[in-house]
Design a protein around this ligand. Structure first.
Ligand code: GAL
Length: 960
């Protein structure tokens, strides 16, 4: 068994991706690369067809119990398609629910509560509902319509027009649902209802709750490219020649097979078409077909972490000479290789993996992270010198992968649930299908630290999951993050391409010696604690100093963790736990600590000492030197302070107020440090290489804070209601120096924009993350602002604090629209009528079907006339409904769009309107305010041989 896969492990892996246009970065605050222009919107998979459905949702926190079904008639109706009850029903009155736009995480809006789960950040989770009305243009009839929920935390059921259309079993997977057979067009409206259960948990970290990724409506031709239906995966053969095999999966909802042509074009990073091909395909009715073509590509520019060159693949479907569908996919040309002795090679060049593990929540917004904030987070990670991210421990947001493609960050893409049974295998397969085009994705991980890793069952489970991955993508290696079990006779390491070690630096050598043909890497390491801006540990106050002297019992210090990996060429690299703090897992503390201490950056992305340490270790192409800690210690005069230089220089000289303290040679793993008796003033370090000064760092004692400063990550936003930017808040002394000890309350005001979240990186802080106030924590806070939909001009944020000069910042808002489905105001649509049998005499308007009679009274939907009856007579339509709250309170209008035949309308048994003539016509009447159910009956006279009925929707409109 130990021989399996050995040959495969030395293979080349090459692959591709979905991409975006790039923005040129410039250096900004704390070494962060800042794009000067607006954040580039992701290129849509199918321009003009994929429309955002993020706007105009109604939200209810808490469950809405289903009504208790009683009696035969109701039970019978409840069991039928389209007849979901309660908040899942088409008619449900959600008028008192909160209106909001997605993405949304309700958990981050909640209070901290000692009785809640520490792992989830001490916040209540619970259940909630979302609803949205959707008007589909009659011109969409005949198109293939699908809705995609990027992810819903944690489990959810989705109803469309009262029919269950999906259940999700993981908070990290997309739901892609074909709506076409259920759809209604024009004024009939459609209803989407989502019940979310976030009491269920999949992790031991903060997972948030709600529809926290984007929702898309995709409208495609009857013959179309399926969801995630393009696989464009460059290959390099043994002779070094590149090709791009393109596989398009096509669907057809038409009534007959369709002959189409599929065209693929490859566009280089400069916009030039550099390859094209066409192939014919026959797509059976209500089935799928694959179109395959291979494009020749001569000397492509390669994708790498330093030069992330992205190509675009345009896949078009032609039918009868007309283009009917198009998908835009990005791709990148690069090779991947893991060598058991020498580690990882990207494009045949050795590249030590300098990675970080990352959860997906950010300060202020929880897991509902705006696209541009993903861009910010990855820029922070690159600024630290990292070249890779491990998505711990779940499928990431697609926008994160788009940012990784564009910025040049390798991604270890991890599956959530370790389980090869069908429901869970579908999750894994979805992940591969969605992400297999991204050049940034370089490894799949099937699990993290599973107790079965050293057992035969674990081995058998992984074998099946690896095989499923390889069926969909044979271009990338598969790993599993093991924290034990790798020396048992049968274990998971025998079923993967690359063995991931979580911690265990002491086992690296033994494993390599015993398995010299197995590539290995650290999939997780370090887990050391730091509180940003704190330099003296105070366990009584849940504070751990930034000096890198606080490893967890299972981890190491940052210094030792990297040294063990850097010194072993056979360990392909590291994934530091963790890049950025996250909510939950406040190890080693409990309440009141609510978020983690592991990050090299805090929850806002503000750097801790570990950021500067790794930056100095990981970045080699420019001189770097930072000093820690700050030099503002009033009251500590004469007391010893540990001073550290974090540098890639060979030697560092330290001076205090001009006086030389000493010059030290640099051990890059340990870094120079001094114990300096504190004296206020100026601490200065000079870095030397080859005896020459190459870098300099200064920290100065700051005075009391007198003013605030706001520094935006970007100065230009798009006014699409989605683009967002973090803004750093600092306090300055009278000389304009940031005050690193300032912990003071700040309030904010915004014009022409909104604040979507606030944070300060303090894991012990319980201030709300929503609103307009936040305290600085050790000199820093963050405000995340977002543009309003349809806005342009100037967004102004101002910050004030008692006794300090306030600060203002202006951002330019450029006009720019998101392609979005308009908000649809919900109205009551009366659609579930019962119609009596044809009677020769005028029936009693109060008549109703017996509760157990499902057959003599039929169900009649407005919109279609009834067949002509040769004899004619009378019919009675009957419907019972509860008006929406506004109508119950203030009255409304009952509107019959078109009645064909003479008709009388009765509400609660009282005649309220009549239309004596037979011609088709509308009928409108007042519906007075009243609580509870209303019974509407329409008595219609039917002329022999004439069609009759309700030819258009019946609605109840709100008045006023
Ligand atoms: C690991 C685990 C991570 C995180 C980390 C904290 O065992 O994989 O998810 O919990 O420990 O040290």
């Amino acid at each position: 068994m130990s021989n399996m896969n050995l040959d495969r492990r030395r293979f080349l892996w090459a692959s591709s991706a979905i991409a975006l246009a790039g923005a040129s970065p410039a250096l900004g605050w704390a070494g962060v690369a800042v794009p000067e222009r607006s954040y580039p919107r992701p290129q849509l998979k199918a321009p003009g067809e994929r429309v955002s459905l993020d706007q105009g949702w109604r939200f209810h926190l808490g469950d809405v119990p289903f009504p208790k079904i009683r009696g035969h008639g109701w039970s019978y109706a409840n069991a039928k398609a389209g007849n979901a009850q309660g908040a899942a029903s088409f008619e449900y009155d959600d008028s008192d629910w909160r209106e909001l736009d997605l993405p949304h995480d309700w958990v981050v809006e909640g209070p901290f509560d000692k009785d809640e789960n520490l792992a989830q950040g001490y916040r209540p989770r619970g259940k909630a509902w979302y609803r949205r009305a959707l008007r589909l243009d009659p011109a969409d009839r005949g198109k293939h319509l699908s809705i995609e929920f990027g992810a819903i935390a944690t489990q959810a059921t989705v109803w469309f027009n009262g029919s269950v259309v999906a259940h999700n079993w993981s908070g990290y997977n997309a739901l892609q649902i074909d709506l076409t057979p259920f759809a209604r067009y024009g004024d009939e409206l459609n209803s989407i209802a989502v019940r979310v259960d976030a009491d269920l948990m999949e992790g031991w970290w903060y997972e948030g709750g709600g529809i926290y990724r984007h929702v898309w409506l995709t409208k495609r031709a009857a013959v179309h490219i399926a969801d995630d239906g393009v696989h464009a995966d460059p290959r390099r053969d043994a002779a070094g020649r590149w090709t791009l095999p393109v596989v398009a999966t096509l669907g057809n909802i038409g009534s007959k097979a369709e002959a189409v042509e599929v065209e693929a074009q490859l566009v280089d990073p400069w916009g030039k078409v550099v390859g094209a091909g066409r192939v014919a395909a026959e797509v059976p009715s209500l089935d799928q077909a694959e179109a395959r073509l291979v494009l020749e590509v001569a000397s492509p520019r390669l994708w790498s972490v330093d030069d992330p060159a992205l190509y675009t693949v345009r896949t078009r479907v032609w039918r009868g000479g007309q283009q009917v569908d198009e998908a835009i996919t990005s791709t990148g040309f690069r090779t991947l290789r893991f060598d058991p002795d020498q580690g990882f090679f990207l494009n045949d060049q050795s590249l030590k993996i300098q990675g970080v593990c990352l959860h997906q929540d950010h300060a202020g917004v929880g897991v509902a992270v705006p696209d541009s904030l993903w861009d910010f987070r990855l820029r922070r990670i690159k600024a630290m010198g990292a070249n890779a991210v491990r998505c711990a421990h779940n499928a990431p947001a697609p926008e994160m992968l788009q940012a990784a493609d564009r910025l040049g960050v390798l991604i270890l893409d991890e599956n959530r649930n370790f389980n090869p049974s069908p429901d869970y295998m579908r999750q894994l397969e979805w992940l591969i299908r969605r992400d297999r085009n991204h050049p940034s994705v370089f490894l799949w991980s099937v699990f993290n630290e599973e107790p079965m890793q050293g057992t035969e069952a674990g081995y058998q489970m992984v074998r099946r999951m690896v095989a499923a991955v390889k069926r969909l993508d044979d271009s990338r290696p598969v790993t599993a993050a093991m924290n034990d079990g790798m020396f048992t006779p049968i274990n998971v390491s025998q079923a993967v391409d690359v063995v991931g070690f979580n911690y265990q630096p002491d086992r690296y050598d033994r494993f390599h010696a015993e398995h010299p043909n197995l590539p290995m890497m650290s999939s997780e390491d370090t887990s050391a604690f730091m509180t940003r801006g704190e330099w003296f540990t105070d366990r009584a106050r849940n504070i751990l100093a930034e000096n890198d002297e606080e490893p967890s019992s299972w981890g190491t210090t940052h210094r030792k963790g990297w040294e063990a990996i850097a010194k072993r060429p056979f360990v392909a690299g590291a994934f530091l736990w963790s890049g950025i703090d996250y909510r939950g897992e406040p190890t080693p503390f409990e309440w009141p600590s609510a978020s983690s201490f592991f990050g090299a950056m805090d929850l806002c992305g503000f750097p801790k000492m570990a950021f500067f340490l790794h930056r100095a270790q990981w970045i080699k192409d420019r001189p770097l030197l930072d000093l820690a800690p700050h030099w503002t210690w009033p009251g500590k005069e004469g007391q010893p302070i540990k001073v550290m230089a974090l540098t890639n220089a060979e030697a560092v000289e330290l001076r205090l107020n001009g006086r030389l303290i000493s010059r030290q040679a640099v051990d890059p793993f340990v870094m120079p440090s001094w114990t300096v008796p504190y004296a206020p003033g100026r601490l200065e370090a000079i870095g030397y290489v080859g005896g020459k000064p190459v870098s300099k760092a200064v920290v100065e004692t700051a005075g009391p804070p007198v003013a605030l400063r706001l520094t935006p990550d970007r100065t230009v936003l798009t006014g699409d209601g989605a683009d967002a930017a973090p803004i750093t808040v600092e306090a300055l002394d009278k000389a304009g120096r940031p005050v690193p000890t300032a912990n003071l309350p700040v309030t904010f005001e915004i014009a022409n924009g909104r604040i979507i979240g606030l944070g300060n990186g303090d894991p012990n802080c319980h201030e709300p993350e929503k609103g307009n106030a936040r305290s600085l924590f050790n000199g820093l806070a963050q405000v995340i602002v977002q543009s309003e939909q349809g806005s342009s001009g100037v967004m102004r944020l101002s910050a004030s604090a008692p006794g300090l000069r306030s600060a203002q910042v202006q951002l330019t808002v450029q006009p720019g629209a998101l392609l979005a489905e308009p908000r649809t105001s919900p109205v009551s649509i009366l659609s579930d009528w019962r119609m009596s049998p044809m009677a020769s005499t005028r029936p009693d308007p109060l008549a109703k079907p017996a509760d157990n009679d499902m057959n003599s009274w039929t169900w009649a939907k407005p919109g279609t006339l009834q067949d002509a009856d040769p004899g004619g007579g009378f019919v009675l339509y009957r419907l019972v409904f509860t008006p929406r709250a506004k109508v119950r309170r203030g009255g409304g209008k009952l509107v019959f769009g078109r009645l064909t035949g003479p008709a009388e309308v009765y509400v609660d048994g009282v005649k309220v309107a009549a239309k004596p003539d037979a011609a088709a016509g509308a009928l409108t009447m007042a519906l007075p305010a009243k609580d509870g159910e209303r019974t509407v009956a329409v008595l219609m006279a039917v002329a022999p041989g004439q069609p009759f009925g309700m030819g258009a929707p019946v609605v109840v409109e709100e008045v006023g």
